[in-house]
Design a protein. Structure first.
Length: 106
């Protein structure tokens, strides 16, 4: 404590105690602010994730609708040709086709 000062000793004591209190509370206040900011950042990132999922679902629905429309508008011969090109060389598909042909002949 300072020795001879022109300020009352009670005033200097109260200021010293306030300074000690501020210094003692600083780490806790700092961590509280850090946790608060962290919580806000996590909340904002969750909101962004939900928004991105909604946008992705909308785009997926549009792509599925367009693909279905294209499939329904294909001619039968085009669909058969595309199917045979996709399934050609696939042993499982060839076995299923042979079984189907055998079953149709019975």
């Amino acid at each position: 404590m300072p020795g001879n000062t022109p300020v009352n000793a009670q005033i200097t004591d109260s200021i010293a105690q306030a300074n000690v209190t501020n210094i003692a509370e600083a780490p806790a206040m700092s961590m509280a602010n850090t946790y608060q900011v962290f919580g806000q950042v996590v909340g904002a990132s969750m909101q962004n994730a939900v928004s991105n999922q909604q946008g992705s679902a909308t785009i997926d629905l549009a792509v599925t609708t367009q693909g279905t429309s294209v499939l329904f508008n294909l001619g039968a011969s085009t669909a058969a040709k595309a199917t045979s090109e996709v399934l050609a060389g696939n042993p499982v598909a060839e076995s299923l086709t042979a079984l189907q042909a055998a079953a149709a002949g019975i």
